[in-house]
Design a protein around this ligand. Sequence first.
Ligand SMILES: [Zn+2]
Length: 317
Amino acid sequence: MKSSYYSLGIDIGGTNTVFGAISNDGLILKKDSILTRSSEDPGQLFDKIFEKNKVWKKELNNRYLFKDIGIGVPNGNYFTGMVKDPPNLGQEWQNLDLVKFVKKYQDIPVKITNDANAAAMGEKSFGVAKEMSNAVVITLGTGLGSGLIIDGKVFYGHDGFAGELGHIIIDPKGRICECGRQGCLEMYVSAKGLKYTIDDYLSRFPNDKTLLNLKDNNFDGKKMDELFDVGESIIQEIYEFTGDILGQGLAQASTILSPEAFIFYGGLSNAKHRILKFAKQSMDANLLGFQKNNIKILLSKLPDGEAGIIGASCLHK
Ligand SMILES: [Zn+2]
């Protein structure tokens, strides 16, 4: 007799969608990923996911029953099941009843949330935040997302969109953000933000070979890390600038939330201590006196791509 279940956990990102069959005790039984080109409409994406799940269902059928689906998606609303104006995704995603859409494939319980909240669920259920009651999970990738854990639960706010730390305004006269305002944290601290910073530096130092080379190589993050490690001063300056702004944002968030830790997850957090050590210094310099040195900055220990799918799979718990 079958006694175990699995959930399909899906983490939809601007460049990559990861999905997996996750057992009810957090074990990844199967996993795959698809490049999410911005031209890819939801139908193309879910055709591929359900095709794969059909194979998995067959393979797992003696041991696990397919029970439900949880999805982390940019601007996904936990309460309404709608996706509205997600950045970095194509036209057909802009006003989509995703729960209804997915149920057309199979009438099974479906829940969605935004990708950062899903990552926070993953950290709280099975990751670094497992023993924490108050923490903030920050996803650093194309953009900067965040999920709040308050009193042991993911906090959604009245409309499902609490915790948009990427849009804390750092400089009211700063870079124009896609949200229509100026100087948001994400416009400086994210892969996108770094590109703008390099462009700014290039306008000041148009003949700098290191910067020109980076631009030619599509701002390769790994290359930047290597240049940082060998002491390339302009890259060190750019990381310090980025970390400094990140620290200011974390300090502002801390005055309201007083978390035990900020936990970093996602592609850009691979730059690790290179940016985060500057962020820690800047956060402590900007914190209220009694909070100084009392808030940790940690890295997710869940491998890339897994906090999102594990978290999404916990949405029905
Ligand atoms: Zn913004």
